[in-house]
Design a protein around this ligand. Structure first.
Ligand SMILES: [Zn+2]
Length: 62
């Protein structure tokens, strides 16, 4: 079984590192729900998630 991936509470991106490689935050969580792939940073879902870069994001981070 693969270890559950961590999600950065700051930018909601996935990482397996101890530090978020995107925003350098160490505020990571394994209690997240939903995974969404943002292909278009100008899409409605990107606005809802407040992201401005394409990538994989968690919908909810506990
Ligand atoms: Zn981050």
């Amino acid at each position: 079984m693969a270890r559950k991936m961590q999600v950065c509470r700051n930018c909601k991106r996935f990482t397996n590192e101890k530090v978020c490689p995107f925003c350098k935050s160490t505020n990571l969580s394994t209690s997240w729900k939903g995974m969404v792939l943002i292909l278009d940073p100008n899409s409605e879902i990107a606005k809802v998630l407040k992201v401005n870069e394409a990538g994989k994001y968690a919908l909810y981070v506990g």
